[in-house]
Write a protein that binds this ligand. Structure first.
Ligand code: GLU
Length: 282
């Protein structure tokens, strides 16, 4: 997979940043975000999902998922080891606000790059291309195409592209219930209170493959949208170019492929090749 060369502009930004650091400027950036410096105690604060297996999950043994691996790689390239990372939960409706307030330095949380969001925050990436799909009970046979959702009870998450797409175009007549997290929709799907959960296939595949759900759910396979995952940073932050450089390296040294295999392999989730950094697939 060939990536576009780092542009002269971003290389210049990087060079400047390196010089600034060498001259003693700290890594507590000028953009008000929450990284702190100070000898060995410097920390970086990263927003991820806590309840999305395969993507971002808090477990008794630590944090796992594709976004966690990407964020860890990026943090390392920025000069932070794993024990210098403070993980914070970034639920879908909270992401822009967390960045604007400076609660976190960056967010890697199944965060689609959209024009509306890009008016409020900046995005590095994209680093993954997913597609909106539905998760239904294994015995469901009345949802054969996206239009069938119009007569159904659908669940999704407030502030997500998934919920917005349902209302705007995919199934405007569906009865849509919106929660704070996708995992909250799963109980309803199991009990029959809702007919389908809709969000990215990358997330749904992770749920379907959980041991306690094995054989209970299936994906529709509809590929209803393109979801280009980006890493969100505060608007104007110089982290954007540095993160893009790190992402390009992650793809070229094959760490990206390994992270895909490690995190999506168990769920049998097949996604596209690495997206070209800077190219959002519409
Ligand atoms: N990728 C979509 C979004 O950013 C859905 C997944 C999510 O809510 O995290 O809204």
């Amino acid at each position: 997979m060939k990536l576009r060369k780092v542009t002269a502009a971003s290389a210049a930004v990087l060079a400047l940043a390196v010089t600034a650091t060498a001259c003693g400027s700290d890594d507590k950036d000028d953009n008000g975000s929450s990284s702190s410096s100070g000898g060995g105690n410097k920390k970086i604060s990263i927003g991820i999902k806590f309840d999305q297996p395969g993507i971002g999950q808090k477990t008794p043994d630590g944090y796992t998922g594709f976004d966690v691996d990407v964020a860890t790689y990026v943090a390392k390239e920025l000069g932070y080891s794993e024990d210098q990372i403070q993980w914070k939960e970034a639920k879908s409706p909270d992401r822009e606000t967390m960045l604007q307030r400076g609660d976190v330095d960056f967010i890697a949380a199944s965060y689609s790059i959209t024009d509306e969001r890009a008016a409020k925050v900046d995005f590095a990436g994209p680093y993954l291309l997913a597609h909106q799909d539905v998760l239904v009970r294994a015995d469901e046979d009345s949802i054969k195409a996206p239009k069938d959702l119009n007569s159904k009870k659908l669940c999704s998450v407030t502030g997500s592209t998934s919920a917005q797409n349902v209302k705007d175009k995919l199934a405007p007549k569906a009865q849509l219930q919106q929660y704070q997290t996708y995992s909250q929709c799963l109980n309803g799907l199991q009990s029959g209170a809702i007919d389908a959960l809709t969000t990215d296939d990358s997330i749904l595949a992770g749920y379907a493959s959980q041991a306690n759900f094995k054989g209970k759910f299936k994906l529709g396979g509809f590929k209803m949208t393109n979801e280009n995952y980006g890493i969100g940073v505060k608007k104007g932050s110089d982290l954007k170019d540095k993160i893009n450089t790190a992402l390009e390296k992650m793809v070229s040294d094959k760490s990206w492929d390994k992270a895909v295999k490690d995190n999506f392999g168990p769920a049998g989730y097949k996604n596209e090749p690495a997206p070209k950094i800077g190219d959002v697939v519409k």
